[in-house]
Design a binder for this molecule. Structure first.
Ligand code: MC0
Length: 144
C-alpha cells in the first residue's frame, strides 16, 4: 500500500540559494542533506509534516552534480520547478511489481539507494500522465 506523499522533488540550479528561499519565505529548515553520486544530485530534505503511517512528508530540493545527470538534463529543458513526486510504502519491491503488472514501466529492476538510506524506484513519466513518480521505502524506522 502507498500510504503517504513521501516527498516532492524540486529541481534547482543553486541548492544553497533555494534552501534560503524556502527558509526565508516559509520558515522550512533543512532536516537532512547529502550527495547521491549515483543519481547525480546534491539534495536537501525539508521536513514538512509527520504522516499517519509513522513516516513524514518532505520537500526535496535537488541540484545536479554533473551535466549528464537526469536532473541537469531536465533543468536544461524545463528550467527550475517540480521534477517528481514520491509515494511512501513499507514495501517498495511489492508495489513496484504490482504496478509493473499493470503495464507501467518501472525504471529499475531492483530498488536503488535514495535519500537517507531509503530504497527507491521510479515509474516512467510517459506512463504516469507526464509525472515522474518515485516509490520510497524509508530506511528507518522500519515502518516508513
Ligand atoms: C523526463 N521527462 C519527464 C521528466 N524527465 N517528464 C516529466 N517529469 C520529468 N522529471 C520526459 C521528457 O520530457 C521526455 O519527453 C521523456 O520523458 C524522455 O526524457 P529524456 O529527457 O529524453 O530523458 P531519458 O529518457 O534519458 O530519461 C527520462 C527518465 C530519467 C525519466 C527515464 O529522467 C530517469 O531515469 N529518471 C529517474 C531518476 C531521476 O530522475 N533521478 C533524479 C532524482 P518528450 O515528450 O520530450 O519525449 S534522484 C532522487 O530523487 C533520489 C535521490 C531520492 O529521491 O532519494
Amino acid at each position: 500500500m502507498l500510504t503517504r506523499i513521501d516527498h516532492i522533488g524540486i529541481a534547482c540550479f543553486d541548492l544553497d540559494r533555494t534552501v534560503e528561499f524556502y527558509r526565508a519565505t516559509y520558515g522550512f529548515e533543512v532536516f537532512h542533506s547529502e550527495v547521491n553520486e549515483e543519481q547525480g544530485v546534491r539534495e536537501a530534505m525539508l521536513k514538512i509534516n509527520d504522516t499517519g503511517d509513522g513516516g513524514a512528508s518532505y520537500l526535496q530540493l535537488l541540484e545536479p552534480t554533473r551535466e549528464d545527470s537526469t536532473v541537469a538534463k531536465w533543468l536544461a529543458k524545463n528550467g527550475e520547478g517540480v521534477h517528481h513526486i514520491a509515494f511512501g510504502t513499507t514495501d517498495v519491491d511489492g508495489e513496484a511489481a504490482d504496478i509493473r503488472s499493470k503495464g507501467v514501466r518501472v525504471l529499475y529492476d531492483e530498488p536503488r539507494i535514495g535519500s537517507m538510506g531509503s530504497r527507491i524506484t521510479f515509474l516512467h513519466p510517459k506512463d504516469c500522465g507526464g509525472v515522474l513518480t518515485e516509490l520510497v521505502t524509508s530506511a528507518a524506522p522500519q515502518e516508513h
